[in-house]
Write a protein that binds this ligand. Sequence first.
Ligand code: FES
Length: 89
Amino acid sequence: MAKANVICRCEEIEIDEIRKWIAAGYTEFDELKRMLRVGMGPCQGRGCRDIILRELAKATGRNVADIAPGTIRPPVKPIKISLLAEDCD
Ligand code: FES
């Protein structure tokens, strides 16, 4: 059965879960990321980061621009070890 208010589709985190952690004092994106894994899925937060930042802004009375968007890392792709060894000659 599909969840009704999933915000982070990669990690299947609903808005109620996010609000619960914000109410518990986790008011930075990176804190929510550590607790819920939001922003750590295959899309690296492209699908949920802005929504969560808006929710944090609404809950804390800050502007979205004043909230750190969290650490953004490029997607990691597997590569062949031989590619790394090519320059070792
Ligand atoms: S939707 Fe949240 S990490 Fe992809």
